[in-house]
Design a protein around this ligand. Sequence first.
Ligand code: 5GP
Length: 190
Amino acid sequence: MKQMEEKILRDGQVLPGDILKVGSFLNQNIDTVLLGQIGEEIARLFAGDHVTKVLTIEASGIAIAAAAGMAIGAPVLFAKKHLTSNVDGDVYSTVVHSFTHGADYNVVVSRDYLGSEDRVLLVDDFLANGHALRGLIDLCDRAGAYVVGGAIAIEKCFTGAGDKLRAEGMRIESLAAIEAMSEDGIVFRA
Ligand code: 5GP
């Protein structure tokens, strides 16, 4: 998606540790024009897939998932993160290693909101090592829900995690796919 790539080149900041900072337009201070375009693009990519629910993980995926859900016309569900393993029985739960915090979280959704009748589109801001996405897939498996695919705002292709998921048969669509990045520049996948 051209607008996303241009925004990353203009306002993204590459930090040590292979972190791309996008707080000025996506993660903290949100460019709502871009957000609307992201939602429309995700809806276009998954048109015809009969998505009944958009699923993300708190916090940074929520805005993107909401934009996608509005454009698709489907409800948005976000999995909550808890540091403790103290989760009650009314939830589907899995463990996800957080890229940004370096800790393991219990990630839960209420059983009331996800079920075997659902066709789920997974949405997140970044795909790095794939832990967040695999956690969401696990929650859907536990609920018996069907995963139509994943829509990612920014994929860091150089980790190989997105291509591994594709090789396993998962449809992954990235709006910006970064092949390489350093302080000297960012190269997108052609
Ligand atoms: P993964 O689970 O695929 O390793 O990492 C994805 C999660 O880590 C995303 O939900 C995102 O919040 C965070 N993340 C991964 N890489 C980056 C990055 O370069 N910049 C920012 N801001 N967040 C990232």
